[in-house]
Design a protein around this ligand. Structure first.
Ligand SMILES: Nc1ncnc2c1ncn2[C@@H]1O[C@H](COP(=O)(O)OP(=O)(O)OP(=O)(O)O)[C@@H](O)[C@H]1O
Ligand SMILES: [Mg+2]
Length: 256
């Protein structure tokens, strides 16, 4: 196993998508362009089809996200939201088009190089969390630092930083628990802390508030914003919950 893969365990990387095997249809994203203050993410002419289903599952002609921007991605179930995040993380690569993250075109990297790039630059809150079940909450949160010198170089004391993030996210009472003994909403918050540790430039969040009620969802989003702002991170946040959209700088909709 590649060491990077613990931040994106290969057997679990596509688990969210496996839950939703709806009939494929051509997807289009309608988007406008971002202001010109530096680009974090840029997609052009992207066409992606999951192997075997014969249909284009995601089509994006152009999408650009500025450094430090907070983008909300909406769309119905099966519209390709998780597929999009997988492309941005380099877990998958499109059959056509380009995905450029921080000036690196991901298709120019081999698989192991994409794993390394992801470990260094991307914090990914998976739809199904992908926490490591036999580790404690704090051990899960500090894990990405073991696989990225870049991220660990930003953290003087990993345990203390994990505890700070967890406390911010309301998880201060659960630091030493194994993650299997947490509620779903608590696991989501551990996954968020793990994505944030070491201040990666890009945070990808796949439905991170799906188990929280309205008040807690908004609170969680604001905490995520605070942490992203402190770190200068760009946030791409996928959700069904359109009530959260106005909190963001911009929203894009994926349609079936
Ligand atoms: N691993 C996979 N293998 C084959 N097809 C897949 C896979 N993952 C997703 N798909 C298909 O791609 C399309 C988009 O799925 P995706 O999981 O990206 O949707 P989503 O918008 O994230 O949905 P949800 O809101 O339910 O999480 C669906 O038609 C789905 O069936
Ligand atoms: Mg999804």
């Amino acid at each position: 196993m590649h060491d990077d893969n613990l931040s994106v365990p290969p057997t679990l990387a596509n688990a969210p998508a496996l839950l939703d095997q709806q009939a494929a249809a051509k997807r289009r994203v309608v988007c406008d362009t971002s202001p010109d203050e530096g680009t974090a993410v840029s997609l052009g002419g992207v066409r992606f089809a999951w192997a075997g289903n014969g249909e284009v599952d995601l089509a994006i002609d152009e999408l650009r996200v500025s450094l430090g921007e907070r983008l909300f991605v909406a769309g119905p179930s099966g519209s390709g939201k998780s597929t999009l995040l997988g492309l941005l993380a380099g877990v998958t690569v499109p059959q056509q088009g380009s995905v450029t993250i921080l000036d690196t075109e991901l298709s120019t990297l081999r698989s192991a190089e994409r794993d390394r790039f992801r470990a260094d630059h991307i914090g990914y809150i998976f739809q199904m969390f992908n926490l490591i079940p036999y580790l404690t909450v704090v051990e899960n949160v500090t894990l990405p630092l073991r696989f990225s010198a870049r991220r660990s170089g930003r953290v003087a004391n990993p345990e203390r930083e994990a505890e700070r993030l967890l406390t911010q996210l309301g998880m201060g009472d659960f630091m030493r628990r194994t993650v299997t003994r947490l509620s779903v909403g608590q696991q989501q918050r551990v996954a968020a802390a793990r994505a944030l540790i070491g201040s990666p430039e890009i945070i990808l969040a796949d439905e991170p508030t799906s188990s929280l009620d309205e008040g807690h969802s908004e609170n969680f989003v604001r905490l995520l914003f605070d942490e992203c702002e402190q770190a200068g991170s760009t946030l791409i946040f996928v959700s069904h919950d359109s009530r959260l959209a106005p909190l963001f700088d911009r929203a894009h909709r994926l349609d079936t």
